[in-house]
Design a protein around this ligand. Structure first.
Ligand code: PLP
Length: 359
């Protein structure tokens, strides 16, 4: 069967050369005589895989020496608890900016462990914008400020960061990481589930500044303590071995492509193809404020639920999958992560033009 163009918000499309390489190495990795799935995580050969993945991530994102890279499990959702458990003990409070369902969930979880202060929210307009960052009063006594860099469901993204003074910024980059360049030194913690831009579900990446490790609350379960994972090089227990291996293949692919700067240019090109059409056509419209538009997740609507359903159905029949929007926004959403080729977005726009003409 022919592969479709997969616009899923996550787990999502992976680069074809990565899938091909994983297939080639499925039965026998290198000279090991076994699949990566069958290997001890303490073996020399696996050590080279996990260390290689870490080194590549450091190189690609330009992660400074005073940050640790951790490969954890439990998805970004576990970080909603790990962040406060490890960081909030300092002052007992943290500031959260609410820009969608995921930051809302992060704030709710954190409120189990201390005082959560919602300093700004865009819920009044169905999260269709990023709040005015200059108007926010941050608490200088907060342990951290939590943001969600890219809002997967609503299709908005931060294009600059708030000034939080000495208070570290913690960011959920699940649908943002590797899509554009970031200055890691501006953050205390960056975390992301892998299943959008990095690889298969199962591994969660945490990039954390050294001084924020080692302050966990007494109630913190061992497996939720960053210090334990940092001291054990992400091998305290069995890591998600195969997911880390595929992550390494994705990073090798990205490096070959020219790294994140090159990727960002391609991502901007892809997003512009779709946004330009949404801005010029008459049937489909984008749903968010222009200046805050995401490069990764692009929601759009016709304004007519029946027509939306018809579009999603016909698109699927034509080989464009997973375009149905999130139930809170309705309409459609095209997630165009790193692995979605430019041709996939162009083909989608051609299909939308055809649909517009026929309806
Ligand atoms: C921005 C964001 N944060 C958190 C999550 C939850 O991630 P996980 O399923 O890995 O827990 C998602 C999932 O789509 C997401 O998009």
């Amino acid at each position: 069967m022919k592969r479709v163009y997969n616009f899923s918000a996550g787990p999502s499309v992976l680069p074809e050369p990565v899938l091909q390489k994983a297939a080639d190495e499925m039965l026998c990795y290198g000279n090991s005589g076994m699949s990566v799935m069958e290997m001890s995580h303490r073996s020399k050969v696996y050590e080279s895989i996990i260390q290689g993945a870490k080194a590549l991530l450091r190189e690609l994102i330009n992660i400074p020496e005073n940050y640790k890279v951790l490969f954890l499990q439990g998805g970004a959702s576990s970080q909603f608890a790990m962040i406060p458990l490890n960081l909030m003990g300092k002052t007992g409070k943290a500031d959260y900016i609410i820009t969608g369902q995921w930051s809302k969930k992060a704030a709710q979880e954190a409120s189990r462990y201390g005082k959560v202060n919602i300093v700004a929210s865009s819920e009044d307009k169905v999260f269709s914008y990023i709040p005015d960052l200059d108007g926010i009063k941050f608490d200088p006594d907060a342990s951290y400020v939590h943001i969600t860099s890219n809002n997967t469901i609503y299709g908005t993204r931060y294009t600059r960061l708030p000034d939080t003074g000495d208070v570290p910024i913690v960011s959920d980059m699940s649908s943002f990481i590797l899509s554009e360049t970031v200055d890691v030194t501006k953050y205390g913690v960056i975390y992301a589930g892998a299943q959008k831009n990095m690889g298969p579900a199962g591994v969660t990446v945490v990039i954390i500044r050294d001084d924020l490790i080692g302050n966990a609350m007494d109630i913190t379960p061992t497996m939720f303590n960053y210090d334990i994972h940092a001291k054990n090089g992400s091998l305290y227990n069995t890591p998600p071995t195969y997911s880390v291996y595929v992550l390494k293949l994705v990073l090798e692919w990205l490096k070959c492509l020219g790294g994140i700067e090159a990727m960002q240019k391609i991502n901007e090109k892809k997003a512009n193809i779709l946004y330009d059409y949404l801005d010029s056509g008459s049937m489909f419209k984008g749903t968010v404020v222009k200046k805050d538009r995401s490069l990764m997740n692009i929601p759009f609507v016709t304004g007519n639920d029946e027509l939306d359903s018809k579009f999603v159905k016909q698109a699927s029949e034509a080989g464009f999958e997973n375009l149905k929007g999130h139930r809170t926004v309705g309409g459609m959403r095209a997630s165009i992560y790193n692995a979605m080729p430019v041709e996939g977005v162009s083909a989608l726009v051609e299909f939308m033009k055809e649909f517009e003409k026929n309806n």
